[in-house]
Every structure is written in structure tokens, then in C-alpha cells.
Design a protein around this ligand. Sequence first.
Ligand SMILES: [Zn+2]
Length: 236
Amino acid sequence: MQNSFSRISWLWCGFSTREWGDLSKESFRRRDTSFNTFAQSLGVTLENFVLMGQVHGNNVRIMNQRDAGSVIDQTDGLVTKEKGLVLVVQTADCLPILFADVSKKIIGVAHAGWRGTLAGIGASVVNSMTQLGSDPKDILIDSGPCLGPCHFEVKEDVFVLFKDKFGADKDINIERKGKTFLDLRKANFKLLLEAGINPLNIKTVGRCTYCQPENFFSFRRDGNDFRQMGWVGIKK
Ligand SMILES: [Zn+2]
């Protein structure tokens, strides 16, 4: 699926739809045909990919060539300035976020579910990119399909945590017909702005994973382990 990074010629980037089949960590580890076919479509091999353990935290790691072809445990964000690495975030309802500093050619990915959002995973990626030399004002953001505010119903315990974090922002903490919902995208965008990202540099392809069974896997809807993915890499 095309995104706002697609115009940047030196990047591999995008968000997959379910026509590619399951692109989960398990699929990668099994060397499934779906993953190999996907790699071939980019013109890379599985050894170019770097995946994350994804534990709903805010740990970010800086990747080098020696990390190629691996799954990095205990992490929900990756950054690199190395060519040839394709950083991957796998999702079914969580928000996949891609980062690109077009000035310094530094990139990143984040996996943001509600826990990671509260933990500030997006800002952690921005911080790690800054360590590599990025100025936040040069960082472009794009984000993929996730469980939308139409379907991201949460119980009071989670809703209270978001109210504590985001205050009275009715665009993020939504009450509808006696039920409570979250807007994961807007929550993350707000935190990215606070991390110094220019609002004009934040984009999304939109889409609710639950609303579009023809296009996306949704854990909330399907309850299985199938995943789509977001990816960004600096071409060699
Ligand atoms: Zn929906």
C-alpha cells in the first residue's frame, strides 16, 4: 500500500495488506512462502529484514549490519542509518509508525498499541534518531492501518489511564452511548508533536483494521496470530 514516503526514492517503505498473507514474526522464523514472496517483491532477501519482539514497551534499539536478518527481543522501536536494513513493525490492530529524516538519512519504526502509546514509544524513537544526529523538525512520520476510534472500545481501567495521560481531550478519549473508545492515532500524533515533530510532517494512510476485513487482519475481529506489516529501509 502506497504511503507518503513512497515518493522518497531512496527508501523501501509501505504497509502491507492481507493479500500478502501472514507476515508475522512466526511466519518470518518459519521462512514461510508469504515472507519470501514479499521480500522478492522488494528485491531483497529475508536477511535484509530486522524484526522486533514487540512487548508493548518503549524500548528502542539502534541497528547495525550485524543485526540483519534477526528478531530483536524486548523492543518496540528500531532506528538505523545503515543501508540495506529493512526495519519491520508487525501489527493486527496496533498502530505501525514509520520515521524518516530525509536530511540525514536516518530511519525508524515503532509499534504502538495502547500500552506502548502510554509508555511514549513514538517519542523514544525520536530520541534515538536524535542520538544518531537527527533534528526532530526534519523527521517525517507516516502511520498505517490500526483499530480505529470506531472500534477501539476499552473498559474503564484503560480509559482512566488515557484520561490521566491526555486530560480532557475528547478527540482521543471518546465517550459514545455509554461506551468508551480511544483514538490511537490522535494520541500518538499528540505525543509526537510534544517530541518536536512538525505537525505538517505527520501523515497517515488511515483505515480501521476491524472495518476492512478484505484488506487487513484484525486481532479484535479475528482473534488469530496473522499480521500485516509496516516497513522502512534505506536502499543500498
Ligand atoms: Zn472500525
